[in-house]
Design a protein around this ligand. Structure first.
Ligand code: PGD
Length: 766
């Protein structure tokens, strides 16, 4: 048994103690509502799905770098670290010399692990900047690209509206109605990148509900609103919230319930939107009856809801999920317009807040000083892609694409370097993604576990888990800073991402540039001292690093200024304008209008997604965030595994849809569409809107035939079905949240799930 040590993760802080091959995990004592995801650490360390040694793909080793259709279906050869580091250094040098850093994709999107120093993506970026002078980067996130791009045009940067938006404390004290488009699921709020030591959302919801606040969740799934909120469920057809909000606006306007003074003083473009929802140009009146046919909510309920909102302190929230779909910019925009039409922005507990509850960071107080991140150096490459356009980039080098008012061209990438992400989890249309990765000369992946991404790599480099290294854990909205002590030695031959990069940098003659002469402990001390200095400047002395390291936790001073931007704007819009062209909320945006995008015009609109249920694929699929793990992380571990049935992911279906297909509770079903198919176990529930199936993301991709045009994943990864298109020409965000499918009972034999099997090398290279 090892000594207990303190540690931190994206889903909570804890004390860990090694008992033989398992970990005993005790949640952080100050956490009022610890996440059950902590259980995923108990059996992860030595699981057979860990990567234990460096490996090289046979085709790449024998035939050299180049496009290769065998990726994902080839054998691997075990190699020594010396060989692996030499191969990686030589290949990076080759590509940089022949094509320059603009042929290297270092976007390396992914959540990796908590720990400020070992943040894998930052390590990749620093490594490529300091060794070859840069890399092609990706911008924004799979979480919220559409919102991240549109919010600055119409109101303010996303951080102001989400992280510094209306706080949970204000909601508990002031809101009358919380109208949550996409709900406020606690499974989402239990995680926060960087860490989250106090889970307070459930407590705040209970407090608000006890005071009489009414939570109304608009979602196809009842489970998107926790019991703690004691709220109401308004089941809606997926992807149609924009139509519902337009009808609410129409109803408010027709009944004289809009706050015209607020709209005139604080907003630009309301008359344009009024003309639109009244159908002046096209004769389509966007009223409650019109919306009923689109979103499946009776017109009478839409009218009643509009009337209930009037005269109350209303907070409108829009979840990330809504904008992770074609035209996802529209509900984000319209949520803001609805709050404005009710005259709420800037009132305590009222107005608009984007993505509240979508992450544990939102609606919280802020640290006055945060732990610094690893400096990344200077990237000398201009080229970038919106993060979810990775497959487009690899499949269409040199071709133009639109992005936020600018025409850009996809660079020609030869080498992609990934650490801390799992594109075969996070990207859409996985068969297309495989074809795209097959175009590369080389794919290098650092992983601690054998994800499908690792199994497509040319070089697999085994990385440590946080549990095996020292780091500092913290996030800007978490008042606790943790000294993360290692609880175990690295598994097999695993090494830290930093150590891997240091040794490759050394082979390129750039070790000093990469490390600045510091080892891990010295980096932690250096970063800590920077924070200590800043805290001293605001008269908040903290102990030196050694004391912090010994005591394990430090409490940082915070400021609770949620909603400040809007409050000041409301108080005096001339003195405190918003960071928009005329300082007001943009119901019409002249800037977006000038881009002349048919799929995202100058005012918010309803645009029907071009994929609709049809006779071949009559059901909607919602591919949302999973409850028993963070994304795809540790999918093999105890808590995640407990939530599978017959070793497969579980999907939810309405009994009527099941009966129509002779499907029963617990059956294995095949969900399929034109892009692929998957197997999952079905659970039946009336807590899902008829016509909708829900399957969370994160089951590791396990194709029966990896090279198939339409692969069958026998484990239940929904991204085999989702569509790889941008949200619109404006944001080009991920549209993976919804798609259309057919479902059928599966009685065949697809073999056992092999996603977590060890990768046995075919040979060892001497
Ligand atoms: P994770 O499973 O967190 O998913 O996509 P993301 O790629 O972030 O992947 C992180 C990987 O990093 C894991 O494989 C883990 O093992 C590895 N890792 C962890 N720590 C380390 C480390 O220290 N070093 C190294 N080298 N590796 C490490 C998430 C993305 O998926 C996100 S953010 C969202 S919001 C999207 N959500 C959806 C969705 O709702 N619906 C669909 N259909 N698709 C989505 N994809 C997106």
């Amino acid at each position: 048994m090892s000594a207990p040590v303190i540690h931190s993760s994206h889903w909570g802080a804890f004390t860990a103690q090694r008992v033989e091959n398992e970990l005993n995990i005790i949640p952080f004592s100050a956490d009022p509502d610890p996440s059950p995801l902590l259980e995923n650490f108990t059996d992860a360390l030595t699981h057979p799905a860990r990567v234990t040694q460096p490996m090289v793909r046979r085709g790449w080793l024998e035939e050299g770098p180049g496009p290769d259709d065998r990726r994902g279906a080839d054998e691997y050869i075990a190699i020594s670290w010396e060989q692996a580091l030499d191969l990686a250094a030589k290949e990076l040098q080759r590509v940089a010399e022949l094509y320059g850093p603009q042929a290297v994709f270092g976007g390396s999107y992914g959540w990796s692990s908590a720990g400020r120093f070992h943040h894998a993506q930052s390590q990749v970026h620093r490594f490529l900047n300091t060794t070859i002078g840069g890399y092609v980067r990706s911008v924004w996130s799979y979480s919220s690209a559409a919102a991240s791009v549109i919010l600055p045009h119409i109101v303010a940067p996303q951080d102001e509206i989400s992280r510094r938006g209306v706080s949970w404390r204000e909601i508990a004290e002031h809101s009358d109605i919380i109208l949550a488009f996409g709900g406020l699921a606690l499974k989402n709020a239990q995680v926060a990148s960087g860490g989250m030591s106090e889970h307070t959302e459930r407590g705040y919801m209970k407090q608000a509900a006890r005071r009489g606040a009414r939570f109304i969740s608009v979602s196809p799934l009842r489970s998107d609103l926790p019991d703690a909120a004691a709220g109401e469920w308004l089941p809606i057809t997926p992807g149609t919230d924009a139509a519902l909000i337009l009808a609410l606006l129409h109803t408010l306007y027709q009944h004289g319930l809009t706050d015209e003074d607020f709209l005139a003083r604080y907003c630009t473009g309301w008359p344009t939107l009024v003309r639109y929802f009244q159908g002046e140009a096209d004769g389509i009146v966007r009223n409650a009856a019109w919306a009923e046919a689109i979103c499946g909510i009776p017109a009478s309920e839409i009218i009643t809801l509009a009337q209930r909102l009037h005269g109350r302190r209303v907070l409108v929230t829009v979840a990330h999920a809504l904008q992770r779909a074609q035209h996802g910019e529209q509900p984000v925009w319209l949520g803001l317009v609805l709050a404005s039409a009710l005259g709420q922005p800037g009132l305590p507990g009222g107005g608009y807040t984007y993505a509240l509850g979508a992450l544990g960071h939102y609606g919280k107080a802020f640290n006055r000083v945060s732990f610094p991140s690893l400096p990344q150096g200077k990237n000398g490459v201009e080229a970038l892609i919106p993060v979810a356009r990775i497959a487009d980039m690899l499949l269409h080098p040199g071709e133009p694409f639109q992005f936020n008012g600018v025409e850009r061209h996809y660079p020609h990438i030869r080498l992609a370097w990934w650490a801390g992400g799992n594109p075969f989890h996070h990207h859409q249309d996985l068969a297309r993604l495989r074809r795209a990765f097959c175009r590369l000369d080389t794919l290098i992946v650092h992983e601690h576990s054998l994800t499908a991404t690792a199994r497509h790599a040319d070089l697999i480099l085994p990385a440590t888990m946080t549990l095996e290294r020292e780091d500092v854990g913290g996030a800007p909205t978490d008042r606790h800073l943790f000294a993360m002590h290692p609880v175990a030695k690295p598994h097999g031959e695993a090494r830290d991402d930093f150590a891997i990069f240091r040794d490759i940098a050394a082979r390129l003659g750039k070790e000093k540039a990469f490390t600045e002469g510091r080892n891990v402990r010295e980096w932690l001390q250096h970063l800590y001292q920077q924070m200590q200095q800043k805290l001293a400047e605001i008269d908040h002395p903290v102990p030196d690093f050694d004391h912090f390291w010994q005591q394990g936790v430090l409490t940082l001073p915070q400021v609770d200024d949620g909603g400040r931007l809007m409050r000041r704007f409301r108080a005096d819009p001339l003195a405190n304008p918003l960071p928009t062209p005329d300082g007001k909320i943009q119901i019409f945006s002249a800037v977006i209008d000038r881009f002349a995008y048919a799929d995202c015009p100058g005012h918010p609109v309803w645009r029907e997604p071009d994929e609709q249920p049809n006779p071949l694929h009559p059901l909607w699929l919602i591919a949302n965030q999973p409850a028993p793990r963070l994304h795809s992380q540790l999918d093999y571990a105890r808590y995640s595994a407990k939530h599978k049935q017959q070793g497969k992911e579980v999907c939810l279906m309405h009994p009527e849809d099941a009966a129509a297909r002779e499907i029963s509770e617990g059956d294995i079903v095949m969900l399929h569409n034109a892009r692929g198919a998957l197997l999952a176990v079905v659970n039946l529930s009336v807590n899902i809107k008829p016509g909708v199936v829900q399957l969370p993301t994160g089951a590791w991709y396990d194709p029966v035939d990896p090279k198939a045009e339409r692969p069958l994943c026998r484990h239940g990864n929904p991204n085999v079905l989702t569509r790889d298109i941008g949200t619109s020409s404006l944001a080009q965000g991920c549209s993976g949240q919804i798609t259309v499918i057919q479902a059928a009972r599966f009685t065949g034999d697809a073999g056992p799930v092999q996603a977590f099997s060890p990768l046995i090398p075919a040979a060892t290279r001497e």
